[in-house]
Design a protein around this ligand. Sequence first.
Ligand code: KG4
Ligand code: ZN
Length: 332
Amino acid sequence: MTILAIESSCDETSAAVITNGEIRSNVVATQLIHTLYGGVVPELASRAHQQHILPVADKALNDAKVTKKDLDAIAFTRGPGLLGALLVGTSFAKSMALGLGIPLIEVNHMQAHVLAHFIDDPKPAFPFLCLTVSGGHTQIVKVSSPLEMEIIGETRDDAVGEAFDKTAKLLELPYPGGPLIDKYAAAGDPNAYAFPLPEMPGLDFSFSGIKTSFMYFLQKQVRENPAFITENIADVCASIQYTLVDILLKKLKKASRETGIKEIAIAGGVSANSGLRKSILEMGQNQRWNVYIPAFEYCTDNAAMIAIAAHYKFIEGDFCDQTVSPLARMDF
Ligand code: KG4
Ligand code: ZN
């Protein structure tokens, strides 16, 4: 069973080929144009997807050494994501499936981030908890089987990736700033500056207040010393990263206590953060968790995760019809 999977929800155009659950290729074209504007510009993203999708899909087939005739299904990200960007991937997948007379499989982007754990070993045992952290989402998901997932906690406002990126902007770092905060934090003191943690009931998160705290803190420091950011970039980044990771891990610990689940995974772009990766391993040792961290290439957006999700859907015979449209919001 060979599937071509397409991902186009935000600013990465990606295609992957999977055969019987084994990834054979994974091609990712990142749209660098957005760096000029300090964030993803939806219209430019859609146009770049249109330019990239054919060569990216072609390369995925070539790298996997398969031809269109070998394909048994086409999979695509239906949502959530930027509507125009999703439309490009959806239309491409629909046309290709129609042209080849093979089934079409729709995939939820956030479920795919979770299922990235099933690309390589070791794989988490069911049920497990997955902290899914990206530019648009922050969720704690209880995963009972590949296709049975329940969101038990999520952000009520901004996503943690957005908090990283917007704070990086205040530090005059280019988009996407999350990886740069990570880079500077490596040489800094995480306890140099302390920030008040949000108080959010249950397993939900909030990042808008902390973002504002970072902003007021930086404005005050810069008023007193215009060179504050340049002189203290490492300590500032380390303290900001420490605070954001602390918020995430406190809730994850609570979720593990409440559910009794000790199989713990992280997924999504922010799971590439070295502070989060290190701290979750430490917490895992203290809490006797089995911790699962995806390979870097499967943390940020990629079509391999769409392909593995499609693999499970194919087994279940979960196909969609050709009239399907993309969704900016797609519930589990
Ligand atoms: O999953 P993803 O590639 O796209 C979405 O589905 O949103 O996540 C992108 C997010 C961005 O906010 C980016 O800054 C963040 O992941 N990110 C990081 C790191 N690498 C990517 N944030 C902190 N540290 C990193 N190393
Ligand atoms: Zn994503």
